[in-house]
Design a protein around this ligand. Sequence first.
Ligand SMILES: Nc1ncnc2c1ncn2[C@@H]1O[C@H](COP(=O)(O)OP(=O)(O)OP(=O)(O)O)[C@@H](O)[C@H]1O
Ligand SMILES: [Mg+2]
Length: 370
Amino acid sequence: MTRKQLQEKVGIIGKSKAISDLLDIVLQVANSDVTVLIQGESGVGKEVFAKAIHFASSRNTEKLVNVNCGAIPEGILESELFGHIKGSYTGAINDRKGYFEIADNGTLFLDEIAEMPLTTQVKLLRVLETKEFMRIGSEKVTQVNVRIIAAANKDLKSEVDSKRFRSDLYFRLKAVTLQIPPLRERKEDIIPLAEFFLEQNNRKNLGREIFLSKSGEEALLNYHYPGNIRELRNIIESAVALNTTGILTDSDFIPHFQKDLHRDSNPNLPIYMNRTSEDLDREMVYRALIEIKRDLEELKFLAKAQMGTNNFHQIEPKSKTNTEIVPIDEMEKQAILNALEKTKWNKRKAAKLLKINERTFYRKLSDYDL
Ligand SMILES: Nc1ncnc2c1ncn2[C@@H]1O[C@H](COP(=O)(O)OP(=O)(O)OP(=O)(O)O)[C@@H](O)[C@H]1O
Ligand SMILES: [Mg+2]
């Protein structure tokens, strides 16, 4: 299989060197059973690359089983992974296969592995080493032939340093590591991805085609995407939904960007590293210009409204009055997006802000496809 064929098969858009290099590694290791660890910020495409490994391998006629270790309650994670026998604990009313058995001969993708409790990590390491385990409550040894891919958006090495992740498991998992760089470090991929999402939307909105203008492209290129590709997709979808002109310009995107001018004051953000003070100055000026442009547009709008020629009403956001009824799931999704934006897509902090348990938060993220 060639790189291009794999990209088409899995739907991986990108022409940056980083993406080609990663795809080359995928093709090289796909057919060995080596464990692959995929690291990268939220929304960079870790799940997409897990799929790529599976589909490039000879296991591709078998199952790819995806387990989100962050979304499964701690108490049942082991039983979900390894299965159980009837009566092994309250609630175990039948014998049940775990994901390891379900994925037999295929691939098991352990997503958000940093969230796995330390006790389960010990068991996982043993299974990786012996390729056998026992269902909970059983004494019968079960053997499986499973390829493991793990992913984390937290840096596993620092989780090891802070004793939240076992170092022996870490070394076992990282035999091959795919580090997917954030979108802001592979800007060549921004426009092809934007075009791809736009094209998808155009196909959905039969008959209504929307184009990307030069100023739209520039705005997209200058944004820093703390939520990476997922955030870019959301920005395009929102801009398309509100657009009335058929052409997406900078002002269609800017309202959806995070307006945090001081984000660079946090030295822990990876974004800070490769930037010169000149880049930062340029960006400050750019953002100030955008603010001025937005103010001007608002003034223009008000002036037109006063002259009684307000024909902009379609693009006015719906006014939210106290009596307007908004479906609860929409409100919840918006609250989650707001919390993610506020915390620069740090899931742990966002869950705290929303005052919900981290696991519940992960579950809601997948419910809302975020
Ligand atoms: N190279 C790509 N080409 C096209 N779409 C992509 C690409 N990378 C990611 N996406 C899309 O972006 C979204 C997020 O990707 P994905 O779920 O793989 O990210 P992730 O790294 O697993 O995020 P998280 O850490 O939040 O789980 C998905 O809708 C995915 O289809
Ligand atoms: Mg993921």
